[in-house]
Ligand binder design. Structure first.
Ligand code: 5AD
Ligand code: SF4
Length: 545
């Protein structure tokens, strides 16, 4: 049987897709390796949101090309949004690629690999057999009336995810659960509505069942995923199979949010879904969700969050710009004032909530004045962090055809850096607020001995490197005496990265995937640091004996 190397680029949605692909292929007997050199099937699950992620993936494709030309017998598959966007043209430009599989067609991947194995064995692989090597939604992905059969199959892939019985012992106790695919928003800069297609909502029963099964396999934290997660809504009695099972459903138009019908018993809103998961899966210690769209976020959701303690008070709610003129060109659908009303409302109902966001600098025509307005907005909201992106024109989007990319790269870079510095100040104040308090931390990883000096607690998080560079050196009383102490990091319910020391590596390993109480003693722009309350008690006990 073949050994597979699977690398993921881009967002959490891709991470989940990769996890599902891996589970599916493993169930069919494929083995996985973390080393590309040990694999005979190389799969890149790609992202098209920004050019940078694409260039990285292409450089990997180039490396595999060299290996193939040197005579290695490898199968190379490109999955995800780049495959969907570039289509078969990619096969022509990069003959080393054997198969393409769009994000909406991942259930077909084993069949595609099989086809390539057979045709390669017979040495008949040519551009003529393209249809056997490609699964893309193409322009069928935006059917509005009914769901295509492929979307139903995708639901099967979500439902059939592997429930790893080793999760509880391996420390991996956090999982993503998709509730909505695709996006109906069409922000002018964004490829997602084209690569992932129209909004499709999964039936609530399937979602709750998936959460229940994950909890039974040891998961204590789920993160519900959707591009605009608060747009989740499912109308019952519409899409049902003959045996009565509900099917995924195309989302209603955005107008559905203007005439609120949240009391309708036939409707499961996002708020009702959150409440169901919280109440029906009590084993889950944490329920989080990503990514929120600042409009159409009803008070009903905030009320459910306020009344249910295991729903994390954390919102990732991108604002993108602080200039109304730019927001309009972006087709974001709200004004700065509406965004601020929203964050004020959040903090009124949930004073402890953490808010994070995304900002794009250098959108076409962005002036110094527009940029100043973005800085004003940042100063107005206590953002725990912001992902900051330089505008990158994406083929196929409205912005690339309608607007010239007229902000020079040097200006984009300056604005990017200026916002990073400002956000570091804001983040430092937000984090400093927690000093002296006790928080619950889900322990995720052992970090290097001195991560503050040498590296980031989470290398996957591009923002953390800034935090580590600016954070004060972390030195506690125990540090000086015990060179063996191990540093671990995790997150609070508000998604604040927290690091603390544990006396031994063994204890640190035992704590992975558990929730511990930590007293916060210091902070930086992106992290908290403190002492574990229970370990102190345990150590004092030891001393007394
Ligand atoms: N250029 C720069 N940033 C982008 N994003 C999406 N598309 C682009 C683009 N073309 C950013 C947005 C979004 C995040 C996932 O990526 O800020 O919220
Ligand atoms: Fe892209 Fe806008 Fe949809 Fe987010 S809401 S995925 S930025 S189109």
């Amino acid at each position: 049987m073949k050994t597979v190397y699977l690398e993921t680029f881009g967002c959490q949605m891709n991470e989940l897709d990769s996890e599902l692909v891996r589970g599916h292929l493993e169930s069919l007997g494929y083995a996985f390796t973390a080393e590309p050199k040990d694999a005979d099937v190389l799969l890149f699950n790609t992202c098209s949101v920004r050019e940078h992620a694409e260039s990285k993936a292409y450089s990997r494709v180039g490396i595999v090309g060299k290996r193939k030309r040197a005579g290695e017998k490898l199968i190379l598959g490109v999955l995800g949004c780049m495959a969907e966007r570039d289509g078969v043209d990619m096969l022509r430009r990069y003959p080393q690629i054997d198969l393409l599989c769009g994000p909406g067609e991942l259930d077909k991947l084993p069949m595609l690999i099989d086809n390539v194995v057979r045709t390669t064995a017979l040495e008949i692989s040519t551009m003529n057999d393209v249809q056997d090597r490609v699964a893309l939604a193409g322009n069928t992905s935006r059917r509005s009336a009914a769901l295509s059969a492929s979307a139903d199959d995708l639901e099967t892939l979500d439902l059939a995810r592997a429930f790893d019985p080793d999760r509880a012992t391996s420390g991996v106790r956090s999982a993503y659960v998709r509730i909505t695919r695709g996006c109906n928003k069409f922000c002018t800069y964004c490829v997602v509505p084209y690569t992932r297609g129209a909004e499709v909502h999964r039936p609530p029963d399937s979602i709750v069942e998936e959460c229940r099964r994950l909890a039974a396999s040891g998961v204590i934290e789920v993160t519900l995923l959707g591009q605009t997660v608060n747009h989740y809504r499912y109308t019952h009695g519409v899409a049902v199979t003959l045996d009565g099972r509900e099917q995924p459903q195309i989302g209603p138009g955005l107008s559905a949010f203007r005439n609120e019908t949240i009391e309708d018993p036939n409707l499961t809103t996002f708020a009702k879904l959150l409440a169901r998961i919280h109440d029906e899966v009590p084993e889950l210690a944490r329920i989080r969700f990503l990514t929120s769209y600042p409009k159409d976020f009803g008070d009903d959701v905030l009320q459910v969050m306020a009344s249910r303690p295991r729903i994390c008070r954390y919102l990732h709610v991108p604002v993108q710009s602080g200039s109304n003129r730019i927001l309009k060109l972006m087709n974001r659908g709200y004004t700065v004032e509406e965004y601020l009303q929203f964050t004020d409302r959040v903090l009124e109902v949930l004073p402890d909530a953490s808010i994070a966001g995304d900002i794009i600098v250098g959108f076409p025509t962005e002036t110094d004045e527009d940029f100043e307005l973005t800085k004003d907005l940042l100063r107005r909201v206590p953002f725990k962090n912001n992902f900051i992106f330089k505008y990158s024109p994406r083929p196929g989007t409205t912005a690339i055809t309608r607007f010239e990319d007229d902000v020079p790269l040097a200006v984009k870079k300056l604005r990017n850096n200026e916002l990073l510095v400002l956000q570091a100040e804001i983040g430092a104040a937000v984090h400093a607020d927690w000093v002296g308090r006790e928080v619950e931390v889900l322990v995720e990883r052992l970090t290097n001995r001195s991560p503050i000096a040498h590296g980031a607690p989470s290398a996957a998080d591009p923002r953390v490197s800034l935090g580590t560079a600016l954070a004060p050196p972390m030195r506690g009383p125990r540090d000086e005496g015990s060179e063996l102490a191990v540093q671990v990091s995790g997150r609070t319910p508000g998604d604040l990265i927290t690091v603390f020391q544990v006396p031994t590596r063994e204890q640190a390993q035992q704590l992975l995937g558990t929730i511990v109480r930590v007293r916060i003693e210091g902070s930086g722009p992106l992290i908290l640091h403190g002492k574990m309350v229970d370990v102190d008690a345990a150590l004092q006990n030891e001393l007394r004996h």
